[in-house]
Design a protein around this ligand. Sequence first.
Ligand code: ATP
Ligand code: TYD
Length: 236
Amino acid sequence: MKKQAELFNGKAKTVYATDDPDKLILHFRNDTSAFDGEKIEQLDRKGMVNNRFNAFIMEKLEAAGVPTHHEKIISDEESLVKNLDMLPIECVVRNISTGSLCKRLGVEEGMDLNPPTFEFFLKNDELHDPMINDYHILSFKWATEDEIAQMKTLTFKVNDILTKLFRDAGMLLVDYKLEFGRYQGALLLGDEFTPDGCRLWDIETRKKLDKDRFRQGLGGVVEAYEEVAHRLGVKL
Ligand code: ATP
Ligand code: TYD
């Protein structure tokens, strides 16, 4: 498998073609961005930590029956993945109220949400990823009814698997974002699962162990990601 042309340079990852049209290389960079790219910094080791963390989570999910794009790690900061036709949609589940949910609905921070909420957002940086519903997705043909149902089922299945995995390691999975794509007639989990795209709090102290440390200028960002990895037994 040979690395070929750069296809896309995103805010945190670069995507490369390979000599196999069905496979891509994802390069997890040290770049860290927040507020739609308004705040950007390079954080030493973050690319490597996220690459290994993501592989660990994707492998756990795959083993538990969630189909993913992940194939294998090929270097410190790179993984080989299946080339998906990504849906322009982000699926967010929230187990505890915080962040934009509290601002939008005026609800208290830190409430346990039972059942958890589910939200769709349109992947569009210029429009600041607006929230959308099933009807927008159908009217604009961003996905089919069957794909909507699969995204919900798979995103909640991920919640069952990962809330337990993190709880057993002393952490609360507060909320997270997933992206899906089409591959040979199936819908697979794509993109990444790392502390860049979820919120994790220590169960006892509620210390933030995710990208909110960067958003809020709390410091110790990569150190927190490494602590999460260490608690889960991810080899860095
Ligand atoms: P955001 O943080 O809003 O996702 P971005 O698009 O800049 O911003 P990056 O993570 O930097 O995000 O870029 C990675 C890009 O690769 C994303 O657009 C993502 O949808 C896409 N992608 C991830 N996995 C796959 C895959 N298996 N096949 C095709 N594209 C993928
Ligand atoms: P949200 O509360 O909407 O984020 P914020 O408070 O930063 O506006 O996001 C919920 C969770 O989903 C949070 O863990 C971050 C993640 N997420 C992303 O990583 N990217 C996104 O584009 C969105 C909408 C959410």
